[in-house]
Design a protein around this ligand. Structure first.
Ligand code: ADP
Ligand code: ADP
Length: 229
């Protein structure tokens, strides 16, 4: 599941200023679409519409053929996971932060998600059964560790659709490289939107669209776009 389509999507935050000017996207279930373009092009707005923070002003977005406007918001959001650029954590334990919003999750599920995000090393099972990085709280983590917590949170949610909104932009290049493997692993089997500024930072994607001022300026594979310059 997770075939995503945008059909002639129009949107403006204010009535007199259109931000998305007719966007068409077709993302087969399980594939990765990268959306690149300069700041202000409307990339994050696309992500927000998919999460239904706002209603469209024209066109429609479908998941497996169903208009998301007709789906209950909670059930739509259960299908979509977002790893944002900057993850804000609660000043509580790592496991609390991973499990936040997934109150039904078992300790074993939290531990599995932590391993999947490669943070198992700093989550240790305590004798009293409480999983925590020894005395460590969310606010003390580095940027890369925070992103791994966000990834673990997403793994626990296990959504068919994933949005990586400049998920590694705030990290130094070494940390970014360390996290890329983990990101690519969680993309597997999910319909994924990777949002980025520059084509050169796209590691892999089945298709890429270049967004400019609310329109798709170009689309193709990585090789096709590079060939066209
Ligand atoms: P990108 O992600 O490509 O940098 P955004 O989707 O964040 O671009 O923003 C696209 C445009 O929408 C920008 O001109 C931005 O100023 C505007 N915008 C973003 N959020 C809001 C908002 N909440 N209210 C009004 N305008 C907004
Ligand atoms: P910068 O701020 O360095 O210009 P971008 O905004 O282009 O970076 O960042 C987008 C991020 O998305 C890059 O850091 C890149 O590592 C990451 N990225 C690229 N391709 C993928 C992918 N297939 N899956 C997950 N993340 C990706």
């Amino acid at each position: 599941p997770g075939h995503l389509r945008f059909e002639s999507v129009h949107f403006g935050y204010e009535p007199e200023r259109e931000i998305l000017k007719g966007i068409d996207l077709d993302v087969p279930a399980g594939s990765t679409l990268a959306i690149v373009g300069p700041s202000g092009a409307g990339k994050s707005t696309i992500a927000r519409l998919l999460y239904r923070f706002y209603d469209l002003t024209g066109g429609r977005i479908t998941v497996d053929g169903q208009d998301i406007a007709a789906v209950q918001q909670a059930s739509l959001r259960a299908q979509v996971g977002i790893v944002p650029q900057d993850t804000v954590l609660f000043n509580d334990t790592v496991s609390y932060n991973i499990a936040y919003g997934r109150e039904g999750a078992t300790e074993e599920e939290v531990a599995t998600a932590a391993r999947g995000a490669a943070i198992a090393g700093f989550i240790e099972r305590q004798p009293d059964g409480y999983a925590t990085r020894v005395g460590e709280r969310g606010l003390k983590l580095s940027g890369g560790e925070k992103q791994r917590v966000a990834i673990a949170r997403t793994l626990l949610k296990n959504p068919p659709i994933l949005i990586l909104d400049e998920a590694t932009s705030a990290l130094d290049s070494r940390t970014e490289a360390e996290i890329m493997d983990t990101l690519e692993a969680i993309e597997r089997g999910r319909t994924t939107l990777v949002i980025a500024h520059r084509l050169s930072t796209i590691v892999h994607a089945d298709q890429i669209v270049v967004l400019d001022a609310g329109r798709v300026a170009e689309r193709g594979t990585h090789a096709e776009l590079l060939r066209r310059g």
